[in-house]
Design a protein around this ligand. Sequence first.
Ligand SMILES: Nc1nc2c(ncn2[C@@H]2O[C@H](COP(=O)(O)OP(=O)(O)OP(=O)(O)O)[C@@H](O)[C@H]2O)c(=O)[nH]1
Ligand SMILES: [Mg+2]
Length: 502
Amino acid sequence: MVTFVDRVQVHLQAGRGGNGCVSIRREKFKPLAGPDGGNGGHGGDVVLLADPQATTLLDYHRRPHRSAENGGYGAGDNRDGTNGAELVLSVPVGTVVKDAAGETLVDLTEPGTRFVAAKGGIGGLGNAALASTKRKAPGFALLGTEGWSGSLTLELKTIADVALVGFPSAGKSSLIAAMSAARPKIADYPFTTLHPNLGVVQVADHRFTVADVPGLIEGASEGKGLGLDFLRHVERCSALLHVLDCATLEPGRDPLSDLEIIKRELSAYPVPEGQVPLLDRPQLVALNKIDVPEARELADFVRPELEALGYRVFEISTVAHEGLRELSFALAELVEEARKRELAEAAEQPRIVLQPKAVNDGGYRVVTEGGTYGTVYRILGAKPERWVAQTDFTNDEAVGYLADRLQKLGVEDALVKAGATAGSTVVIGPGSGVVFDWEPTVTSAAEVQMGARGTDLRVEQNERRTNKERRSEYHERMDAKAEARAELERERKAGLWEEDGS
Ligand SMILES: Nc1nc2c(ncn2[C@@H]2O[C@H](COP(=O)(O)OP(=O)(O)OP(=O)(O)O)[C@@H](O)[C@H]2O)c(=O)[nH]1
Ligand SMILES: [Mg+2]
């Protein structure tokens, strides 16, 4: 059986950033000629591309896990790692991308639109890039950060100009086959069509697309038959064509009551906000199967009544190819009008530009949490969390650099304000994050407060000696030497030592 997939969950993994490199350049007569460790490359993004060549999401159903390339590591001699190649995933035009919470991220309706679904990690700086006038030879480099990973839902909504709606076996698939090059499955049992088929119709210089969707029955809105779920494919059609079966032998069925039932079901379908309800869109009626004599009689009979309801009615036979040309022209006209209307509306409305949600990158906050082990001070924010991810905790210098960065951001003062003292437990990031006992750096206010008011311990502990002190130290040392010499002389005179040359 052919499976049609119009909704899949994909698991994406963007590339990891490469680590920076620690390296020292060596030159003749100058073995330590400065840092030359290169930067790591950035991780590749996973990009979704609205591709007119792609028609289904089946590929992602079979292989839902996709990942982009990692960034290369930095190397010595200032060689930077290569950036990871991005992974471009082609999806059909009309794919809606939703996040794990079901919120729509983007609607890929324009061919060629690219959407960065998973951002690659950042490459770490090498020690050459980390060198500064203050830090001439850094003995550490930054690590690359993880790329984004997570699940997204892809949902396909067919985009066509005209949707064919009607009971099962009314001849919708036969009609699309007769009007276009599409070759859907046609059979005399209900629900032959299980997924929408698209066909391109060309009449004179008009060109439009027609979507054939599965048949509707009474109670479809309550889930009977194939339900209404697939109607999301007609959500974007600008016009509807009711295909009515005039040759059905089923009891209780005739074109007028069929139309009533279909209209009732369509009105129960909730279109997304901002879209025209299905029944408010332009509609035509096709009375099908008039190659059957009784059907032609019935069609002639109901035609005036349908026209009285305000519909333009076409009597057709998909088998005999009767009435199809008039119908095609009428549809082309309808589509043309709808396109003009849309253009005019688009010109009136300000253009909507899709932009990624703004992230407050610079900010952070300190949250205090009480626990069985005492108060925990948690630092949350994109920047500090990224910095932690970039830190090689086996390298003391790297940890020191992290402390410097945090301090420059004002995290220490924020911790003091929040009530943290030396030895408090501080966590960076959500979850168990990175936990450490806080030791305020020397310049922080907390340390200064440990001395008596008005004094600064750093001043008190001045180790440098004055000239006077040095002089007296020198004299003391000289006195001690003279003392030692006198002592030796006394011992010699007392005859404790033998004279040389014996
Ligand atoms: N005599 C006659 N039979 C037709 C005509 N159009 C379609 N049929 C027949 O009606 C049956 C159903 O046709 P389909 O095109 O599969 O109908 P459908 O509306 O797509 O049906 P579902 O996909 O089940 O909803 C087939 O056996 C067709 O051969 C017609 O103009 N004249
Ligand atoms: Mg069909």
